[in-house]
Design a protein. Structure first.
Length: 528
């Protein structure tokens, strides 16, 4: 019996220590995840233990004394069932379990994202704290199963998963290159290869003659930088990265086959498939034509994102209505591929927001098998008008995108469809910097920051290896405004932005000192 009592006592002590500790960790990580500095994160954690339990006990004791004074006049002074310490323990456990249970049950996606990305907020960067950091993220990973269970992808059915599970997938990608880049894989196109992918990637705009750098961000906001105009950089040579049996990126030009179609060629899904198959015998060009038809003919349906307003997303309904969300884009491509004889599959998973968190809802894209190898494509994210409702030019960023570039933003529910030899965990996926395909297309190697979210005291620094001598600049955004931090086309760029409040640091790139700069990396910044 003594052994049993000892074990019970040991278990009770472990629970009494573990529950408040984990709750403080969760609360403080949530505050850090939403941009709160360390002091606020610590205060938020301590609020649950011991501040609130002590306040609860103080208030309850005052009420008990009043009750005791009233009853003493008639039946004598009543006694409390528990002493002070057990009462504090129970109040602490009740508060901690209520808070943790509510967060995990109601907001599992945010809870997991906070622990997976900011759960180490109390550790200093560096190798000395790495073992502790690994342990912290291992505990966060324990919630991944609950995260998936509580957040089913609305665009994926059990039948989709069962079908994917039956397909043999051989990884065709390279080892993940986050955040070190993929420069060694790039090379210039041969004349034959240029013809094979229908041209070359467009060069940048001509440099302006005035000593001004003008650029636009994703909100189409133009910003100017004054300074001396440097000598023009060497002409940009078209370069590509090998991916399986093809190259990436393809030229940002709609397939000539799709441009040549007339309304009578598009009366049905079968008619579209027959037209494209008859004119594109080469499989990569045929798949690109299917991708281009979907991208240029469909419109993203913002109304279907509203509660209880989502239209049917099956291939036939989407074809007739010409509007869809990601599910419709992907399912229509599957059906078109079936009719042209191209094996296109439907993939579900998560994508990321710029703060490093998983998007509020799931996503769907495609895998396609060409000449025995699997590739990835996302027609929704290549659409000239995307889910944000903003117009942009046609692009092929996500057509045959290398797996080690796609993993910056796309995380399939079935890890095999990362198409990588070494799979990333969901936590690894969320912790890496949020990067767009431009970081790979422009051969940029982000050396600092190394995480999607960083803590700083007075400034945030970017260190970027820049072999193509692209012009880089950083904009620091806060709710109160934004500040631009330098322009450089050095082979190794160092840019630093002052940080007066928590916000986001965004890295932009362009081939010329003036013109339209494209966003390539976004980092969430918390000011200590």
């Amino acid at each position: 019996m003594s052994l049993v009592r000892a074990l019970i006592s040991l278990l009770s002590a472990a629970v009494l220590i573990a529950v408040p500790t984990l709750t403080v960790w969760l609360a403080s990580s949530l505050i850090a995840f939403h941009g709160g500095p360390r002091e606020v994160a610590l205060a938020g954690g301590l609020l649950l233990f011991p501040i609130l339990p002590v306040l609860w006990e103080w208030r309850a004791s005052r009420a008990w004394k009043r009750k005791q004074a009233r009853r003493k006049q008639f039946v004598g002074a009543p006694k409390r069932a528990l002493r002070l310490f057990p009462r504090l323990v129970l109040r602490t456990l009740l508060l901690c379990l209520a808070f943790s249970g509510a967060m995990v049950a109601k907001f599992p996606r945010v809870t997991f994202s906070a622990l997976a990305t900011r759960g180490d907020w109390f550790l200093e960067p560096g190798e000395r704290g790495q073992p502790w950091r690994d342990g912290v993220f291992a505990m966060a990973s324990a919630l991944e199963g609950l995260h998936r269970l509580a957040n089913p992808n609305p665009y994926v059915t059990k039948a989709d998963g069962d079908l994917l599970a039956k397909i043999d997938v051989t990884p065709t990608g390279e080892t993940p290159v986050v955040p070190s880049g993929a420069s060694a894989r790039w090379r210039k196109l041969t004349d034959e290869e240029r013809a094979a992918i229908e041209g070359v990637r467009p060069t940048s705009l001509d440099a302006g003659s005035e000593p001004v750098v003008a650029w636009k961000d994703d909100d189409d906001k133009e910003v100017e930088h004054q300074g001396q105009t440097p000598p023009p950089p060497p002409a940009e040579e078209p370069v590509v990265v090998e991916t399986g049996g093809t190259h990436w990126p393809w030229t940002d030009e709609v397939s000539a086959t799709v441009r040549g179609m007339n309304p009578q060629d598009e009366t049905s899904i079968a008619a579209v498939a027959q037209y494209i198959r008859a004119r594109e015998p080469e499989p990569f060009k045929r798949v690109k034509a299917l991708h281009d038809w979907v991208v240029t003919r469909l419109e993203y349906d913002l109304d279907s994102l509203k509660p209880r307003q989502r239209k049917p997303q099956d291939a036939n309904s989407v074809f007739l209505g010409r509007v869809a969300v990601c599910e419709g884009y992907a399912r229509l491509l599957v059906e078109l591929g079936r009719l042209t004889g191209d094996q296109i599959v439907y993939i579900g998973g998560d994508v990321r927001e710029e703060n490093g968190a998983a998007a509020p809802v799931g996503h769907a894209w495609n895998g396609v098998k060409v000449n025995g190898l699997w590739y990835l494509m996302d027609a929704t994210w290549d659409d000239p008008v995307g889910p944000d409702g903003k117009s942009r030019s046609y692009r092929t960023d996500y057509l045959f995108i290398p797996p080690d570039v796609a993993i910056f933003s796309h995380f399939p529910d079935d890890a095999r469809w990362q198409l990588l030899p070494a799979k990333l965990s969901r936590g690894d996926f969320l912790r890496q910097p949020f990067a767009r395909p431009g970081i790979a297309k422009e051969q940029l190697t982000l050396e600092r920051p190394e995480r999607a979210s960083v803590d700083v005291t007075d400034s945030v620094a970017f260190e970027v290896d820049n072999p193509l001598r692209r012009y880089l600049l950083v904009e620091y955004r806060t709710p109160g405004g934004s500040v631009e931090c330098g322009v450089s086309n050095d082979a190794h760029v160092s840019l630093r932005c002052p940080v007066s409040a928590s916000g986001h640091a965004v890295l932009f790139s362009n081939g010329e000192r003036s013109g339209t700069f494209g966003q390539v990396v976004s980092i969430a910044v918390t000011r200590r």
